[in-house]
Design a protein around this ligand. Sequence first.
Ligand code: CP
Length: 311
Amino acid sequence: MKKYVTINDIKNIRHTIQEAIQLKKNPYQFENLGKNKTLVMLFFNASLRTRLSTEKAAKTLGMNVMVLNIDDCWDLEYDNGTIMNLTKAEHIKEAANVISQYGDVIAIRIFPTLTNKEKDETEQVLNSFVKYATVPIVNMESATAHPLQALADAITISELKTTSRPKVVLTWAPHPKALPHAVANSFIKIMKEIDVDLLITHPKHYELNSNITKDVPISHNQVKALKDADFVYAKNWSNYHDYGKIISVDENWMLTNEKLGNAKFMHCLPVRRNVVVEDAVLDGEYSVVIEQANNRTYAAQIVLKNILKTL
Ligand code: CP
């Protein structure tokens, strides 16, 4: 694997999921693969799980890890030909190449603006690093994608499923803040690659990017959609068409035990209790959110392992 920017960078997703499950049984089996190699992690935004699980994964492979919070760094310019006489102190061309001198792999977290859809969809920051860095890039959640989360989600479903083709429902849930589409996008993309029946449910006018949801059934009736589900993944996303806006905070869409039935409950975390999902679900026997968070380590580890093998 030369980079992990989207799930399309995985050649065989089913095989990679099984590799990750095997790695989880003996995490130190490649403990020397990353010896004398360094992972640089760049954070433009906050993180708990991604930061710790990716660092843990890298160290379990024997890598050194350096973390830079971009707030502590020079303001970067991404456009070409700019006269840099305002606030931007360094161009991405130098910055990405310089970071490549210190790190053998660069991992980046950069959220969308949620104000300019066209700009967010160009993934300017992430793609500038892909273009100007001389080492592999790993996406730790960008404007439109969260492929490490999606891989962890797919590992979790593969481990916990009790039928060969489970019914998986991705349901929109209310949230007071405008949230990105990245988790939902990558979850849908990876679910299309494995043996599940995926159904999306959301309030009217909350359609996601139709290029991503193409061929996936969509229902506006959450209760009907959840019927007989094996896995229910709750996630808020802001409006895609009236880009970044919140047009509904309909509390009726909060996930409850009654709606969940016997399905396993999934969420990428962090989650707002009693807004997205009621306490009883998170504290109940069907919640697998901690297993999902644990699998973030093995998703990152299998990705880093497969990148290290190409260095
Ligand atoms: N799920 C996830 O990416 O968590 P963090 O934002 O805490 O990294």
